[in-house]
Ligand binder design. Structure first.
Ligand code: G3P
Length: 217
């Protein structure tokens, strides 16, 4: 299973990358706003920081505009993935860009039928937002399961990129279902390493080691 960092903060990306924890990055207009930096500079810096896919989102609403923005974003670096919204125009842009070999991440997916359309349009990634479904008391994990079944039924190669992940349990659950990728805030990915029994055990080992008076080197 691949992990993508859902952030536009280069320091957070470098920290995760140094630990070998991420395979790519996803951004969106809200994350770019939060970074306070120029969009294209952010994408260029992230693409230089790691070789994996870096999602950069278009903001046009019509297919021609999305296609033009997508082609321009794809020129920033070889590892740019163009992110388009799950609308009919987004699907049209997805088809055109995909046919020219530009990878596309179709975002803002909230139903299995939307995911089916994205696969038919040639998307490289589909991004179902599980946290935002949970926020309105719908079942985000059920959506991931439904998409997994449909994609497997028809051997669609579109990768399921579970997005809007809020917790370590979300990551475990989408991994159990078989999502191809989870994109999550850096703190959630780093937090996967934490366990109180690890801390307690380490503390006990270090106390006993100190009592031996020895050193490893
Ligand atoms: O990048 C898309 C998605 O992961 C956003 O998550 O927490 O804003 O719902 P969130």
């Amino acid at each position: 299973m691949k992990f993508f960092a859902d952030t536009a903060e280069i320091d957070e990306i470098n920290a995760l990358n140094d630990a070998g924890l991420i395979d790519g990055v996803t951004t969106n207009p809200s994350l770019i706003k939060k970074s306070g930096r120029p969009f294209r500079d952010v994408i260029s810096d992230i693409c230089a920081a790691l070789p994996g896919p870096v999602s950069a989102e278009v903001t046009a609403l019509d297919a021609d505009g999305m296609e033009a923005e997508g082609r321009s974003l794809a020129e920033i670096a070889d590892n740019v993935t163009v992110k388009v919204p799950l609308t009919i125009d987004g699907l049209k842009a997805c088809r055109r860009l995909s046919q020219d070999g530009i990878p596309v991440n179709v975002t803002l997916c909230f139903s299995a039928n939307q995911a089916l359309l994205a696969a038919k349009a040639g998307a490289t990634f589909i991004s179902p937002f599980i946290g935002r479904l949970d926020d309105i008391h719908l079942d985000g994990l059920q959506l991931i399961q439904e998409i997994r079944t449909i994609y497997d039924n028809y051997q669609f190669r579109t990768e399921i990129l579970a997005a809007s992940i809020r917790s370590a349990n979300h990551i475990k659950d989408v991994a159990l279902i078989g999502a191809d990728v989870a994109t999550a805030p850096p703190a959630v990915i780093m937090g996967l390493a934490n366990h109180p029994l690890t801390d307690k055990g380490l503390d006990a080992f270090l106390k006993d080691w100190a009592a031996t008076g020895q050193s490893v080197l």
